[in-house]
Design a binder for this molecule. Sequence first.
Ligand SMILES: [Zn+2]
Length: 281
Amino acid sequence: MEIVRIDSLATAFIRPFEGVNAGLIHTPKGMILIDTTSSPAEIKTLFEAVDANPEEVRLVINTHFHSDHTWGNQVFTCPILAHRSCLELMQSSLKNEWSPEALQSYLSDQEKTDPKKADDFRRMLLDLNITLPKQVFEERFEGELGGLSYEVIHLGGHTPDLCVVWLPDHRVLFASDLIFQGRYPFIFDADIPVWIARLSHLMEFDAVAIIPGHGVMCTEAEITALRDYLQETWDLTHAHIRQGHSPDATTADPAYPRFAEQKYERLHQANIRYMYNQIIG
Ligand SMILES: [Zn+2]
């Protein structure tokens, strides 16, 4: 993990190898936390790393409903803010893929492939009390804490509820999972054309610091790389479908864009398949 201090105001927890990033904004009246990672233990570790007290957090923002951004929520007693559809998606996940039965079957599968990981996950579940955001908004939330202005802006794309957090006076942008830096993105709840459009929109912020949801601090070149990956994969998949190719024949095409790093290589074919199914509807 790399702890990046931005402007003495914000701390970015950059964790390209451990998983998801998170952000902490310091104000004279307490802290704002952006995303709570995958578990209570994980988010507590981040606070220990910067010698900060979770009880001094005045506001938690969930940028979207994915478990790696929301499952540490229970550690905080302050309000948890999110887009209305984040709350709704968490509620429906609790009845489906986060239900005790679904988590149990996920565990059983994992025991067969990676018993050590399954063991860690089982222990984590014993502690876990999935906690929903209580304060919701539509489109945009503008707030102030200790003289610091912040905006939570609904953009969608990666997920229907995705929001970015913008500090207008400091030009710092927490872009959440609109940006996966240097690796294949996780796209299985995404609207691809919306995502592509939102990546172009991110450039207009003219930010001095951009913190992605996954990967290291990034530049506009890396936003462009992700946008090109999504656009080229989308267009090529369209072309295969027009020619009547099957999903297997489509994913076998070596012309698809690749990321140089081998990390998350398993998502290469899965992403093409997801787009194929989206296009054929
Ligand atoms: Zn996500």
